[in-house]
Write a protein that binds this ligand. Structure first.
Ligand SMILES: NC(=O)c1ccc[n+]([C@@H]2O[C@H](COP(=O)([O-])OP(=O)(O)OC[C@H]3O[C@@H](n4cnc5c(N)ncnc54)[C@H](OP(=O)(O)O)[C@@H]3O)[C@@H](O)[C@H]2O)c1
Length: 395
C-alpha cells in the first residue's frame, strides 16, 4: 500500500503554485499528485502535470481544453476544463490541497476542498478575508485542518503555543514596505504598473505585487490574522522590516517574544505546510545567520500608506466590511493594471467604497458572500467610471 500523501494544487501555474510544484518534484518519493489546475496557461499546466505524473489536469478556460489535450497526448493524464470540472477536482478526496488561485475567484474551490476535509494549505487570502468565518466553521464541521501559507501567518502559526493562547498579548506582522517605501506620495501618484509589480524581495503574481506596493496586502493580512487566529484587531500590529527575514513576532504576557526567521522565499512556508506536522528537507538556500549585517524595523507611515488603516476600519464594520474592502481592491487593482486609474487612486477608491457600503455587516452564507461581492464590484466599477474615466474623457 502506498504511503505517499496525495495532493492537489489549485492554481498550480502561478507563483505559489510553481513553488509548490517544485517542492513536490523535489520530494517526489513522498507525494502522489492527484490534480493540478490553471486558469488559461495550458502549456505550463501540461508541463507540470507530465513532470509530476499527475492523474488529472484541469483548466478553467474551456477554450484551452483542446490545447491541453494535445499537449498531454501519450501521457496517462486526464485533461478536463471549466469551472465545474475545477470544483469537482477540488472536492475529490486527497490528503493535502494547496489553495493558490489568485483573488476571490478561488472562493468556491477553497470551500469545496475544505468541505471534503484533509489538510488545506491556504495561500489564497482573499476568500479568507471575504468569508473567513464561514470557512472556519466549514473546516470545523468537516475536520479540515487549515494551514496558513502567507509567510507572516505561517510564522505566527509556528510561534503560537496553542496551550498558552490566553497569555498571548499581540502578534506583529512584518511588511517589506514594497517597492515604494522611499518614494514620495507625488512620485507614487505617477507609478506605472511595471514599477508597482517590481517587488524588491519577493517574486509574486501581479495582483499581490500591486497590493504589496500599496500595503493593501498587509491590510488584507491583518484581517486574515484576526480571522485565522481568532484574535481582536487590537492584538495585531504591523512593522516595516525591509529585509523580509523576520516574518512575524508573537508576544506573550510574560514579556517573551517569539519570532520566526527564514529567507524571503515562499518555498519555506509552503514546505512547512506540505510536511506539517513533520518537517522535510529543503531545496532552498539556508539562511546564513553570520552573514546578516543588519535588521531594521520602522513604523508604517500611515499618511503615505493609508491602506493599512482600512483593515481596522473594515474589521469594525464586520465581515461585510472586510468583503467590501477586498472586492473594491480587486476591481481597483485591475483598473490600475489596465492604466485606467493611477496608483494612488487604488486606496482612495477602496476608502470611498467603504464609505458607500450599505450591505450586510454579517455574511451568513456562501451565497450571500457571492452576491454581496458582486454588488460591491458593480458599485466600484461604476464609481471608477463616473469619477475617473468619464471625467478624463470629458477633458
Ligand atoms: N506569490 C506569493 O509569493 C504569495 C505569497 C503569499 C500569498 N499569496 C497569495 O496566493 C494567491 C496566489 O498568488 P500568486 O502570486 O501565486 O498568483 P498568480 O501568480 O497570479 O497565480 C494565480 C494562479 O491562479 C490561477 N487562476 C487565476 N484566476 C483564476 C480563475 N478565475 N480560475 C481558476 N484559476 C485561476 C492562475 O492560472 P493561470 O496561470 O492559467 O493564469 C494561476 O495558476 C493569492 O491569493 C496571493 O495573495 C501569494
Amino acid at each position: 500500500m502506498s504511503q505517499k500523501k496525495t495532493v492537489t494544487v489549485l492554481g498550480a501555474t502561478g507563483s505559489v503554485g510553481t513553488n509548490t510544484v517544485e517542492l513536490l518534484g523535489y520530494h517526489a518519493e513522498k507525494f502522489e499528485v492527484y490534480g493540478l489546475t490553471a486558469n488559461s496557461n495550458a502549456e505550463k499546466l501540461a508541463e507540470q502535470a507530465i513532470k509530476l505524473k499527475a492523474r488529472k489536469a484541469v483548466i478553467a478556460d474551456q477554450g484551452k481544453l483542446a490545447e491541453l489535450r494535445e499537449r498531454l497526448k501519450g501521457h496517462n493524464i486526464e485533461a478536463l476544463a471549466g469551472e465545474q470540472a475545477l470544483l469537482e477536482l477540488a472536492s475529490e478526496k486527497v490528503d493535502w490541497t494547496m489553495a493558490a488561485i489568485a483573488g476571490f475567484a478561488g472562493l468556491d474551490s477553497l470551500f469545496a476542498a475544505v468541505q471534503r476535509g484533509g489538510h488545506i494549505a491556504i495561500a489564497n487570502k482573499e476568500p479568507l478575508v471575504a468569508a473567513g468565518h464561514l470557512l472556519k466553521t466549514a473546516a470545523g464541521k468537516c475536520s479540515a485542518v487549515l494551514l496558513p501559507v502567507d509567510s507572516e501567518h505561517n510564522a505566527v502559526f509556528q510561534c503560537l503555543e496553542t496551550e498558552n493562547k490566553s497569555s498571548l498579548s499581540k502578534i506583529t506582522l512584518t511588511a517589506s514596505g514594497g517597492p515604494f517605501l522611499s518614494w514620495s506620495y507625488e512620485e507614487m501618484r505617477k507609478a506605472t504598473p511595471e514599477q508597482a509589480v517590481a517587488h524588491p524581495n519577493w517574486s509574486m503574481g501581479q495582483k499581490i505585487s500591486v497590493d504589496s506596493a500599496t500595503l493593501m496586502n498587509k491590510a488584507l493580512e491583518v484581517i486574515e490574522a484576526v480571522i485565522f487566529f481568532d484574535l481582536s484587531p487590537e492584538q495585531i500590529d504591523v512593522v516595516v522590516h525591509p529585509q523580509s527575514l523576520i516574518h512575524a513576532f508573537v508576544s506573550y504576557s510574560d514579556g517573551s517574544v517569539l519570532t520566526h526567521m527564514g529567507p524571503a522565499d515562499m518555498k519555506v512556508p509552503i514546505l512547512h505546510a506540505l510536511s506539517y506536522p513533520q518537517r522535510l528537507g529543503t531545496c532552498t538556500e539556508e539562511l546564513d545567520i553570520q552573514k546578516l549585517s543588519s535588521l531594521t524595523f520602522q513604523a508604517v507611515d500611515a499618511d503615505k500608506f493609508p491602506a493599512l488603516n482600512l483593515a481596522y476600519r473594515a474589521l469594525e464594520m464586520g465581515q461585510g466590511g472586510c468583503l467590501a474592502l477586498n472586492a473594491a481592491n480587486e476591481v481597483a487593482v485591475r483598473n490600475f493594471l489596465e492604466e485606467k486609474v493611477l496608483f494612488t487612486d487604488i486606496v482612495d477608491i477602496c476608502t470611498k467604497i467603504l464609505d458607500m457600503y450599505e450591505g450586510p455587516s454579517q455574511i451568513q452564507s456562501v451565497e450571500m458572500c457571492r452576491q454581496t461581492d458582486e454588488r460591491v464590484r458593480k458599485l466600484t466599477e461604476s464609481y471608477i467610471i463616473d469619477t475617473y474615466i468619464s471625467q478624463s474623457a470629458a477633458i
